[in-house]
Design a binder for this molecule. Structure first.
Ligand SMILES: [Zn+2]
Ligand SMILES: [Zn+2]
Length: 214
C-alpha cells in the first residue's frame, strides 16, 4: 500500500518514533501463545540484509542503501506496508505464525512497491500495476496477489492440534505437535515459581474450534 502525502506525518509519528521491542511483540500477538511457544520472529536486521541483496541484484543500489525494514506490532490484519517516501517496509509480527515463507513473500511484495516506485523515477504508477508486477517477478515472486492481508483463513484450516492445561484449562491450537512434556507456563509461574512442573503438562484434546480471540 502506498500512502499519500496527507497521511505521511501521521504515519511517521506512528511508525518511526517507537522501535518495536521484542517484549511488545510478544504481548500483542495472539493470546494462546506463551512467550516460550511463540514462533521465532526473524530479526529485522536479517530481513533488511536480504532485501538489500535483492535490490543490489536489480541495480537499485541507492534504494538498497536507504532501505529500512521494521516489525510493527500495532498492525492488525495487515501483513505488510511500504512507505516509499521513507524507503520503509513495515511487517506484522503475526506473520511469524504463518512461517518463514510468508514472511519472505510479504517482504518481497512490499519491496516490489519500493522498487517499482524507484524505477518509475517520479512517474505516477498504479500500486499493483504492471511496474509492480514486473518488480515482483524480478524479486522472485511469481503470481503475487494484490493483497496486504494476513492469510488468516488458512490459519484456521492449518491448526489441527489442540491442547489443554489440566490445571487452568487454557486451550492452545498448534500446527505442529507440542514438544513432549511441554507445560503451561502460566501455571508453572503461578504455582511453581516459574519452574517446570510436570503436573501442568498440556494434554491433547479433541479437535474443535477454539473461541475466537482465545
Ligand atoms: Zn501491495
Ligand atoms: Zn495452566
Amino acid at each position: 500500500m502506498i500512502f499519500t502525502l496527507m497521511q505521511f506525518d501521521f504515519l511517521k509519528r506512528l511508525f518511526i518514533k517507537a522501535p518495536v521491542k521484542k517484549t511488545e511483540v510478544l504481548r500483542t500477538v495472539k493470546r494462546e501463545y506463551t512467550k516460550a511457544e511463540y514462533p521465532a520472529i526473524p530479526s529485522s536486521e536479517k530481513l533488511l540484509a536480504e532485501a538489500k541483496t535483492l535490490l543490489i541484484a536489480q541495480q537499485a543500489d541507492h534504494l538498497a542503501s536507504v532501505l529500512k525494514v521494521r516489525w510493527n506490532s500495532r498492525m492488525r490484519s495487515t501483513a505488510g506496508m511500504a512507505y516509499w517516501r521513507q524507503s520503509l517496509i513495515t511487517l506484522n509480527p503475526r506473520l511469524a505464525e504463518f512461517g518463514e515463507e510468508e514472511i519472505q513473500r510479504t517482504l518481497r511484495h512490499e519491496l516490489a512497491h519500493l522498487l517499482a516506485h524507484d524505477r518509475a523515477k517520479g512517474r505516477r504508477i498504479s500500486p499493483h500495476g504492471a511496474e509492480w508486477k514486473r518488480a515482483c517477478r524480478d524479486l522472485g515472486l511469481k503470481d503475487e496477489k494484490r493483497t496486504h492481508e494476513l492469510p488468516l483463513p488458512r490459519r484456521t484450516v492449518a491448526r489441527k492440534l489442540f491442547y489443554r492445561c489440566p490445571s487452568c484449562a487454557v486451550e492452545i491450537a498448534r500446527v505442529k505437535p507440542l514438544s513432549r512434556g511441554a507445560a503451561c507456563v502460566r501455571c508453572c509461574r503461578k504455582h511453581n515459581r516459574g519452574r517446570y512442573d510436570a503436573c501442568y503438562r498440556f494434554e491433547k484434546v479433541e479437535s474443535k474450534m477454539l473461541k475466537a480471540g482465545v
